[in-house]
Design a protein around this ligand. Structure first.
Ligand code: PNS
Length: 160
C-alpha cells in the first residue's frame, strides 16, 4: 500500500482546523496531497488558484505536503496517482453522516480507497470556512481561526 494520502476539500478558505489535520497527516504519512476541489453543492468565495496559494503558504514548513487540484472524481484521481487513503477531519456528530456517505461512495467507485478520519482538536471543533467567511466579511476578528501568514489576504478578500 502506498504511503501517500490525500486530504481533499473546498478550503474556501483554509482554516487552522484544516492546517491541524494536514500537519497531523504529514507527521503520520510519507506524503500528503492536499487537493483543492470543486464541491458542486457550494458556491466558492475564493478561486481555486487563490485557495491553492493560501494553502501553499500555510503549509510552507511541511516538506512532504503538495497542493494539487483537478477536475473530476476524487476516486478516479486517487487511482491515477496510486493513492489508497483519504484523510479527513471530523469535527462533530453533525459532520458524520455527510463524511460517511462520501467515504462509502468513494469506496464503491474505487474499492482500494480507504477513508481515515482524524478527530478535530478541541480548538477546531466548531470552526468552519463558512464561519470564517461570515465573521470576516462583517469586519470581525478571524485571527484565531486562520493561519497567521495568510490572515491579511483572507481579510482583504472578504472585506473587498
Ligand atoms: O470541504 P468539503 O466541501 O466538505 O469537501 C468536499 C469534497 C470537495 C472533498 C467533495 O465534494 C469531492 O470529493 N469533490 C470532488 C468530486 C467528487 O469526487 N465527488 C464525489 C464525492 S463522493
Amino acid at each position: 500500500m502506498s504511503n501517500t494520502v490525500i486530504c481533499p476539500g473546498s478550503f474556501d478558505p483554509v482554516t487552522l482546523g484544516h492546517l491541524d489535520v494536514i500537519t497531523r497527516a504529514a507527521n503520520m504519512f510519507d506524503k500528503v496531497l492536499v487537493a483543492v476541489l470543486v464541491n458542486s453543492s457550494k458556491r466558492p468565495t475564493f478561486s481555486i488558484e487563490e485557495r491553492m496559494e493560501l494553502l501553499r503558504d500555510a503549509t510552507d514548513g511541511l516538506d512532504n505536503v503538495e497542493i494539487v487540484s483537478f477536475e473530476g472524481l476524487l476516486a478516479e484521481y486517487c487511482k491515477s496517482r496510486g493513492v489508497n487513503a483519504i484523510v479527513k477531519g471530523l469535527r462533530a456528530v453533525s459532520d458524520f453522516e455527510y463524511e460517511f456517505q462520501m467515504a462509502i461512495a468513494n469506496k464503491r467507485l474505487n474499492p482500494e480507497l480507504e477513508t481515515i478520519f482524524l478527530t478535530a482538536d478541541s480548538d477546531s471543533m466548531y470552526l468552519s470556512s463558512s464561519m470564517v467567511r461570515e465573521i470576516g466579511s462583517m469586519g470581525g476578528d478571524i485571527s484565531n481561526f486562520v493561519p497567521a501568514c495568510v490572515h491579511d489576504r483572507i481579510v482583504a478578500k472578504l472585506r473587498g
